[in-house]
Every structure is written in C-alpha cells, then in structure tokens.
Design a protein around this ligand. Structure first.
Ligand code: GRG
Length: 332
C-alpha cells in the first residue's frame, strides 16, 4: 500500500534488505531459545534419561509457531529505539544488549497469533503463508504451544539479557510485559474485540480495542528499548506516546490491508473482518477516513521523533523514521 506518498519506495522487500541482518539475529536467538528449552525438556540435562518420541510433534509445533516467517517488527522497534540512544555503538553490540527483550517480544507475539487463530477465537486456517498451528497439528497442541511460548517469553527476557542491564530495569520490563500480556493489553483487548463482533461499534470502543489488542505490545516494544537505554523520564514519555501512535498506525493499516490486499500477499485470509463483522477502522470510519488516519498517524510519529531529537540532541532517529514509513506503507 502506498497512501498519498509518491516519494516513498517502501515495498515488501524493505525489511528483507534494510533490516536483513537484524532480522537474522532475531531469528537466530529465537531458534537458540527453542533449542535451549528443548534440550532441557528431553532430559539430556537430568538424571532421568527418559525420552518420549511422541514429544517430537510438540517440538515441530513450537517451531511452526515461532520460526516460520513473520516480519519481526516488534523486536526491530525495540532494537532501533535502543540503538537511537547509542548511535556510536555497533549494531551487533546493541543487539547483544537487546536480544533478551527481542526474543521475549516475539515469543509473546507468537503466542497471541496461535491463540487468535483458534476456532474458538478468530478461526483462521492460514498464518504467515502456512497452515495455522491448530490446522497443521491440532487444537490441544496449539493451546499447549501457546502456553509454552507465553511462559518462555518471561524466562527468555531474563536468560538472554546481558548482566550489564541493571536488574531494576529488567524487573520493570518483566512487570510491563506481564501487564500488557494480560489485562492491560492482549487479553482484555482480544475480549473486547470478540464481544464487539456483529454489533455497531463507537469510535471510542474501536480505539479501546486497537490500543489494547495491538497497541499495548507495540508500545511496550519501544518502551523496552528506551528503558534499557536508560532514557530520561521526558524521553521515555515521548517514546511511550510514539509507541501508542505506532500501535494504532499498525492496526489501522492492518484493517486497511484486510480489505485491499490478496490472501497470498497477506499470508493470512484477506477479507475476513467483513465476513466476521469485526469492528475495524474501515467498518467504523470508512475507507477514505482510514487512508487519512494512516497518514495522520505517521505524521504524528515523525513529529514525535523530532520532539525526541529536540529533547536528546545525541539521539539518531533515522532508522526509526524508516520504520515509521514502513508501518505506513507496508503491504503485508
Ligand atoms: C495472553 C499473549 C496472550 C494473548 C491472548 C489471542 C489474544 C489474547 C490476543 C490476540 C491479539 C492479536 C492477534 C492482535 C492482532 C495484532 C496483529 C495485527 C498481529 C499481526 O502482527 P504482524 O503483522 O504478524 O506483525 P507477523 O506474522 O508479521 O509476525
């Protein structure tokens, strides 16, 4: 999608090129994390020495949910927020600092997708161009995979974060991740989304759904980068507002893509919001207003980055600006 922004050449290959290395790092830590947990599970490290061959299916389902595709936008937002505060540090060093956070974000996100796709929720067969976990395996396996991913998320935040991060900051991240994964984000947002199906929806209700089911995790991604960077309270406040704006931008674009892009391009079933009578920006405000809102939110994002630069002269915002443009113009 390119909305009124002829100068932008953002397309599907943007993440694969500009952020190729960073996405590879995220994938590597995710694979290492799954393998580490699995090695312990197979009792290689215990005195029991028992292996159950059937558990191989659980292992395949965990990998299916986590490492098969995905834009990795939340880890990228966290990493680039941290990196903006330390432009003199190498990208590798920034990732080493942020890899626990990056891994945790992607695991909780994967969990939310596995559950969102279940027949008792949004009931979808396709995700990231692959059968959903309950389709490729079965529902009980999908529920167990989701449970494992959510619990692993908190462990990984601690396990893969370097000792250089103060424990008070890590604890703050754990607290905020718990809040937004439960009743200040994903769960209450998903519930509000479910119970709003097939009913007239006010703009206020829609904002609540967006801010919670999608915005809270995106906003936390940026906040986590700023918390680990030990940003000042004023800078953290600007980043928090930016995170909320980008969360809203992400979901408004998602609503737009559902009605304007094919299933093969999206990697998930297109046109589903309409069929399920979901409350979306398009259904509540119409298509033209949706396009205007996308542009308005990306402008707000860029203004907030300017405000950050005014507040912290040393901050380098160009890679965050590129991500704002990606969020505005993404086509998948
Ligand atoms: C307890 C963690 C937890 C969740 C349970 C199911 C649920 C509550 C929440 C669902 C929230 C949800 C799926 C919101 C939609 C957010 C959204 C637009 C996801 C798509 O994200 P992308 O496009 O996906 O970044 P990829 O595949 O690129 O990773």
């Amino acid at each position: 999608m390119t909305i009124q922004n002829a100068n932008l050449t953002m397309n599907a290959s943007f993440l694969e090129t500009t952020y190729a290395t960073e996405r590879t790092w995220v994938n590597t830590v995710l694979e290492a994390c799954l393998s580490d947990y699995w090695a312990v599970q197979t009792h290689k490290n215990t005195a029991l020495q028992v292996t159950l061959p059937e558990l191989e299916t659980l292992w395949q389902a965990l990998k299916h949910a986590t490492v098969l595709g995905g834009k990795r936008i939340r880890p990228l937002l966290a990493l680039e927020t941290y990196r903006a505060f330390y432009p003199e540090q190498s990208a590798e060093r920034c990732f080493e600092t942020m890899k626990g956070v990056c891994c945790a974000l992607e695991l909780i996100h994967a969990q939310s997708l596995v559950f969102d796709d279940l027949p008792c929720m949004d009931d979808d067969d396709l995700r990231r161009g692959q059968p959903t976990v309950h389709k490729a395996f079965d529902e009980a396996t999908a529920v167990l995979v989701g449970d494992a991913l959510a619990c692993m998320s908190f462990g990984c935040l601690i396990r893969y974060s370097p000792k250089t991060i103060a424990s008070t900051i890590l604890l703050q991240c754990v607290q905020e991740l718990s809040d937004i994964s439960s009743l200040q984000g994903l769960v209450n947002g998903q519930y509000a989304d479910m119970v709003s199906e097939g009913k007239p929806c006010t703009p206020e209700r829609l904002s609540y759904i967006h801010a919670n089911k999608t915005g809270a995790l995106l906003a936390f991604s940026l906040r986590a980068g700023a918390l680990v960077a030990e940003a000042s309270p004023k800078a953290l406040s600007i980043i928090s507002t930016l995170g909320s704006v980008l969360g809203e931008l992400f979901q408004v674009v998602d609503d737009y893509l559902d009605v304007s892009v094919s299933t093969s391009q999206l990697g998930k079933t297109a046109g589903k919001d309409l069929v399920q009578e979901k409350a979306t920006y398009v259904s509540v405000h119409g298509l033209e207003a949706t396009k205007r809102q996308v542009n308005s939110l990306s402008q707000q994002g860029n203004l907030l980055l300017k405000a950050l630069k005014t507040e912290v002269a040393t901050v380098e915002v160009s890679r965050l600006e590129a991500l704002v443009t990606f969020l505005q113009t993404r086509a998948y």
